[in-house]
Write a protein that binds this ligand. Sequence first.
Ligand code: ZN
Ligand code: FE
Length: 224
Amino acid sequence: MAPHATPQPVQSIAHGDLSGRVGVEVIQARGIDADALVSKLVDAAAAEFTTYYYYTVLRMYLAGHEDYKQVCEDARLEDRAHFELIAPRIYELGGTLPYDIRRFAERSGCPDAYLPGTGGGSRNGRLRDDVVAEATPAAILEVLLEAERCAIRAWSEICDIAAGKDLRTYDMAMRILNEEIEHEAWFIELLSMERDGVARPSGHFQRGAAGDAPYSKNRGFYNP
Ligand code: ZN
Ligand code: FE
């Protein structure tokens, strides 16, 4: 089908039939492979969820750099918002999250954002007062930056798949992509000055409230 050709109307789901979904039928009629899309969304949801976890660790080690901590916190909470936004879409499409969180984490579409100096997460730190000398602000900012870049690539790909065919997934992925692009700009700005002493402005100031997620949170729906 040409990209913007009007799809043939389909009506294969019988009156009262719960085994099919018109919301899926219409996107399939427009050329979407619903199973493949669900699979991509699960991978991307896993990346958001694991990033949220790893950013929790990374943020702790920015101690003494309260401005970096604040920006990391915004990115962390917004990635959680991205998981929250996209998880229901997986079910609307007839899919499910994996029932085991280990399988979920393994499916992540992005590499683990390990704290620098922890041997890819394998180092056995002391449970109390562990010191990780390699976890410098510059090293941490590099990990944060590359995680955002992976997210931009992943959501851009989902936008490409959904554009003009699955408008709801497109709208959600676009909201997330908006914030991921802002996140990359934040960490370019901070890393550039921290590591290279060069100003590369993001063009932004910090969020009004931590993890504000101006594009991806639909506050009005649930908390009027
Ligand atoms: Zn995200
Ligand atoms: Fe992000």
